[in-house]
Design a protein around this ligand. Structure first.
Ligand code: ADP
Length: 486
């Protein structure tokens, strides 16, 4: 009975590395993807904050610059007066300088009257060909959850730079927002990575367990249990692999059964003549015999040896017949071969009192090796003589049936009982052992015929009536040359 490995504990452990490699590959790939997404998200969010901050700060600076540019005189007092009206700007610190960079006004109060060497102010006051009216400058630093933004714009009056407005903003709330956004993205990334890792391990485990099943089964089969079947479950490539594996072991089991039956049948068949030879030689050695009896015994030994010879020749021919169809096959007509066999067996037929009737007119070409065809016709006609009755007839007929060429060998002999018909093609099977042995039969002839017929894409059938005769019908695909040429 077949053993199903799914119910067993799998014993083969050789896939740990593959399993680990699979799991690690998924983890590393997803980790890299998530890392890239993480960095992209946090950079993009920072950029969005930067852009909105830049727009709002420059706008505020320009607003202040425009207001200050309307002053007739630019000094600490006039600037302080106008800045006090700009409280709505909500700036952390606002500094107004003259065109040399000296601070005229500072909401922080510390820089007033000093020369400021801040890069933003220097850049805003810088005049070039590309920027004859100075530059709008914005710089931004994000550190420890604080957004430190700085902006500077020139104050332009009648086309001339008369000073600069410099603003700074320390934004803790927006900084905290960026920080929490980055933290959330990181947490989601880590969570996803953990989930992916768990899934990868589970998936790799399942995959590896199923592979182990096949490996275990292979070992069991290697140990000689060909009845073993693997049950992969599921509905994927591994299931197909499991089914293919089961088909293969089934075929292996069949061929193993055939092989062992063949070996036991062959040794059994070879044992009989060998035992006779032993018996005959023992008799010659043990008993005093006259020369005539010794001659008789030695002649019997010779006959037995001849039988052994025939049997081994047939066994070899059977082994050869089980090979692949010969590449030397050619398209030939069957009638010449039938006539050749008839000539060969003519003497046997005459001795057995059998007449041949050859109806070979409706002949069709077939693709076969001539030696194979000869062997088929010879074995069938030889049987037709061996199992015929004295005065009987052996008819060989060639006919055409649709796309097939048919060879029919029928005799008027003893016939085959119904229950034996299905066995006649088996190796060493003989309906009447005594008769077969007496006629030199080995029980291999029909087995060889069927093997050669099948190897040449043909079919063989038998019908028989006990006491009336037997008909063997061999069918091959016809290879009409006209059809082939078309
Ligand atoms: P064997 O060498 O014994 O003839 P075969 O394989 O040729 O072996 O045939 C198997 C058995 O089938 C024979 O032993 C015989 O009993 C039976 N058989 C074969 N051909 C015929 C036939 N034409 N008429 C009756 N019986 C046959």
């Amino acid at each position: 009975m077949a053993i199903i490995s799914a119910n067993e504990k799998t014993t083969y452990r050789g896939y740990g590395k593959t399993q680990f490699r699979y799991a690690m590959t998924y983890v590393v790939i997803t980790f890299v993807v998530l890392l890239v997404l993480n960095v992209y998200c946090s950079k993009t969010s920072q950029k969005l904050f930067y852009q909105s901050k830049e727009v709002s700060m420059i706008e505020k600076c320009q607003l202040a610059s425009d207001e200050i540019a309307t002053l007739d005189v630019l000094n600490a007092t006039t600037v302080a007066g106008i800045v006090s009206q700009m409280e709505s700007l909500k700036i952390t610190r606002l500094i107004v300088t003259d065109q040399s960079g000296t601070a005229l006004y500072d909401t922080g109060g510390t820089a007033a009257g000093t020369y400021l060497l801040l890069p933003e102010i220097l850049k805003a006051l810088e005049v070039s060909k590309e920027a004859p009216s100075g530059n709008d400058v914005f710089s931004w630093h994000y550190h420890d959850g604080v957004m430190d933004s700085r902006a500077a714009t020139p104050i332009v009056s009648y086309g001339t730079i008369i000073g600069c407005v410099y603003m700074t903003e320390y934004d803790v709330s927006q900084g905290a927002l960026i920080k929490s956004l980055q933290k959330t993205v990181l947490q989601i990334t880590l969570l996803l990575e953990v989930i992916i890792t768990l899934f990868s391990i589970a998936f790799a485990n399942t995959f590896s367990r199923r592979l182990n099943r096949i490996m275990t089964s292979m070992r069991i089969i290697q140990d000689g249990d060909y009845s073993h079947k693997v049950n992969m479950g599921g509905n994927d490539e591994l299931t197909i692999l499991g089914n293919e594996f089961n088909d293969l072991t089934e075929r292996l089991q069949n061929s193993e059964q055939k092989r062992s039956r063949f070996v036991s049948d062959a040794s059994h068949e070879l044992k009989t003549p060998l035992a006779s030879i032993k018996l005959l030689t023992d008799s010659i050695l043990q008993y005093d015999m006259d020369l005539e009896t010794v001659r008789e015994f030695v002649s019997d030994i010779g006959n037995e040896a001849e039988r052994l010879n025939r049997m081994t020749a047939k066994l070899l021919s059977l082994t050869k017949a089980e090979g692949l169809p010969s590449e030397e096959s050619e398209i030939i007509y069957m009638a010449p071969t039938v006539r050749r066999v008839a000539r060969m067996l003519n003497q046997n037929a005459v001795e057995a009192g059998i007449t041949f009737r050859l109806e070979l007119e409706e002949d069709s070409p077939v693709l076969i090796l001539e030696d194979d065809l000869y062997q088929i016709v010879f074995n069938l006609m030889e049987n037709g003589i061996k199992y015929n009755l004295s005065g009987g007839c052996l008819t060989v007929c060639l006919r055409r049936e649709e796309d097939n060429a048919v060879l029919e060998v029928s005799d008027t002999g003893v016939g085959i009982p119904e229950d034996a018909i299905s066995h006649v093609f088996e190796r060493f099977y003989r309906v009447d052992k005594a008769r077969s042995r007496a006629t030199g039969g080995s029980g291999l002839g029909l087995s060889i015929v069927r093997t050669i017929v099948q190897r040449n894409r043909g079919e063989i059938a038998v019908s028989s009536v006990v006491g009336q005769g037997t008909t063997f019908t061999v069918t091959f695909p016809a290879f009409d040359t006209e059809v082939d040429k078309a």
